[in-house]
Design a protein. Structure first.
Length: 557
């Protein structure tokens, strides 16, 4: 193991400019100097014969400088190298959105850790994606079993983040993805459909979206926003409104046939925007539906801010960002951690997805960039899988000119003084890459295509319903098993909790590989379930755990 003090500074994100000088300086509390010539988050850090000095415009800049200083202290201890760092972010907003509605609602302790990590990585925007997991006073039947976030929880997190110059934005889906509400008798009359609808070629059973032509839908949304928004000091609310593909297949069918699906969608979205505006909030929305009609983007309310999202390496960020830029409104781009619907992550796909997002944001002038972590199918991924993705995103969002340094991520994000863990996690995320390359929906001529939105190891255990074609030949599954065994033998040890989570990821992945190879799984399913329960309760609230565990009986035996 290298002596960390012998290495140049290992920092996440890499600073815009670092000049190291000869010699060392005993550490002490940093002095602060305000300078009005600096942008909001820009700073200069000097460690020299005079001491330690951070120069910045105000609190945000000082917070970013202190984050860098903390990383220097972690690497070098009480003697710091003499240096000057001049630094500023590429984008004014760099955000993270964590799904807290697919069963897993974090404990307050975890949220404190998340706040600290967000600030340490110099992100300045956090959202917790909510469908049914906020404790609305008059809607207990929706969240009763979910161990929801309370108003006090949100206010405490908001204050903690604000003290570190990070904004907590409100988030409540206000159109689609409301099945947890609409399947209950009290709310079912608001649903677009309680019957079948087609979603990306697959027949699903409703409910899913609010009916946009029902006069009760917008008042329902306004009631939620009235209660939710009062807990946030920021003036931003993400209202979701994505993937509403059932609209026009149920109660709004006649109106959609009369005026078109975009017009019906626009009316509801504009109504939600008006509700946010009335309460003093900037409304943001997922832009996937609107981007099907790029020539009509100007018809949306002027204060609606679109967020274009995509999670695959070939996602058309450039075309979408170009369309949004041409509409004349500010916009954001959102990539993904590629952690969900996996046990290991998808390293190759994630990195290409991130690169495309960052490049398009730079070319077309996005106001901000964001990364999302979803929890589909019981939020099975362990936290470190997404943490690596978050660190790589934070690095590129702050300084897109510098490639993320896996040694720095290992040390600063995971506390791994061997400097090996980030590279190991990246290898884990490609353990079934060869399988993924041939497991997607086949071409028209039957030739294989890449699997999307999942790893093959996960899809083998939890089929999505899409017509993917995983190999029947056991050989590639055996190859994945061999890679997992090699990775298990080479796993760096960091601390008990992190080690246990990574062993659990390996166990889940091994179960998928053994099932694909047709090998006996023995006690592995029982061990996976037991460890999933134990690790869940270490960082997540108990509500949702049984729903998450309910996926496993489908693969037992």
């Amino acid at each position: 193991m290298s002596d960390l003090r012998e290495l140049d500074p290992l920092l996440v994100p890499a600073p815009s400019r670092l000049t190291r000088r000869e010699g060392w300086r005993a550490d002490h509390v940093a002095d602060r100097r305000r300078d009005t010539r600096y942008a909001e988050e820009a700073y200069r850090l000097d460690v020299d014969e005079h001491g330690v000095l951070i120069t910045a415009l105000g609190e945000a800049g000082f917070a970013r400088g202190e984050a860098t200083l903390a990383q220097l202290r972690r690497q070098y201890g009480t003697r710091l190298p003499r240096l000057t760092i001049e630094d500023a972010p590429a984008w004014g907003e760099r955000g993270y959105m964590l799904d807290v509605s697919r069963d897993r609602v974090p404990t307050n302790h975890f949220l404190v850790q998340l706040a600290e990590r967000t600030a340490a990585l110099k992100l300045n925007h956090l959202e917790l994606y909510t469908e049914h997991t906020f404790a609305y006073r008059d809607h207990e039947e929706v969240w009763r079993a979910a161990s929801p976030l309370t108003a006090a929880d949100v206010r405490g997190l908001d204050a903690l983040l604000a003290s570190r110059s990070v904004r907590l934005a409100a988030n409540q889906n206000c159109f689609g993805h409301l099945e947890r509400w609409l399947r209950l008798p009290r709310y079912a009359p608001l649903a677009e459909t309680l019957g079948c609808f087609v979603f990306e070629g697959i027949e699903l059973q409703g409910p899913f979206s609010l009916c946009p032509t029902d006069g009760r839908s917008l008042p329902f949304v306004e009631g939620l926003l009235d209660e939710l928004l009062e807990n946030f000091s920021s003036r931003v609310v993400h209202v979701g409104c994505d993937e509403t593909q059932d609209v026009g297949q149920g109660r709004s069918r006649a109106e959609v046939q009369a005026v078109g699906v975009f017009e019906v969608y626009r009316r509801h979205l504009d109504g939600v925007a008006a509700a946010a505006r009335k309460r003093g909030f900037e409304p943001r929305f997922w832009a996937d539906i609107a981007l099907h009609f790029p020539d009509r983007l100007a018809e949306l309310s002027a204060d609606l801010v679109p967020v274009a999202w995509g999670y695959e390496p070939d996602h058309p960020f450039d075309a979408q960002a170009g369309a949004l830029a041409a509409s004349g409104r500010p916009f954001h781009l959102c990539c993904g951690t590629s952690a969900w619907r996996s046990f290991t992550g998808r390293t190759t796909e994630r990195r290409a997805n991130l690169a495309g997002c960052i490049a398009a944001a730079a070319v077309h002038g996005a106001r901000g960039v964001q990364i999302a972590e979803w929890g589909d199918v019981g939020h099975r991924q362990v936290e470190p899988i997404g943490r690596l993705a978050l660190a790589e995103f934070a690095s590129r969002a702050w300084n897109p000119a510098a490639q993320p340094d896996p040694r720095a991520i290992s040390l600063q994000v995971f506390g791994d003084e061997s400097l090996r863990l980030a590279d190991w996690l990246a290898e884990l995320g490609d353990a079934d890459r060869d399988l993924r390359a041939v497991s997607g929906v086949p071409e028209a001529d039957g030739s294989p295509r890449r699997l999307t939105n999942a790893t093959a190891l996960f899809e083998r255990l939890h089929p999505s319903g899409f017509p993917f074609r995983l190999p029947a030949d056991p050989a590639p599954w055996h190859a994945a098993l061999e890679r997992l065994a090699d990775l298990r033998a080479a796993r760096p040890a960091v601390d008990a909790q992190l080690d246990a989570e990574l062993d659990h990821a390996l166990d889940q992945a091994e179960l998928g590989a053994r099932t694909g190879a047709g090998e006996p799984t023995g006690e592995l399913p029982a061990r996976v379930r037991a460890e999933h329960r134990r690790l869940w309760l270490a960082g997540s609230r108990p509500g949702g755990l049984e729903d998450s565990l309910a996926w496993w009986p489908r693969v037992d035996g």
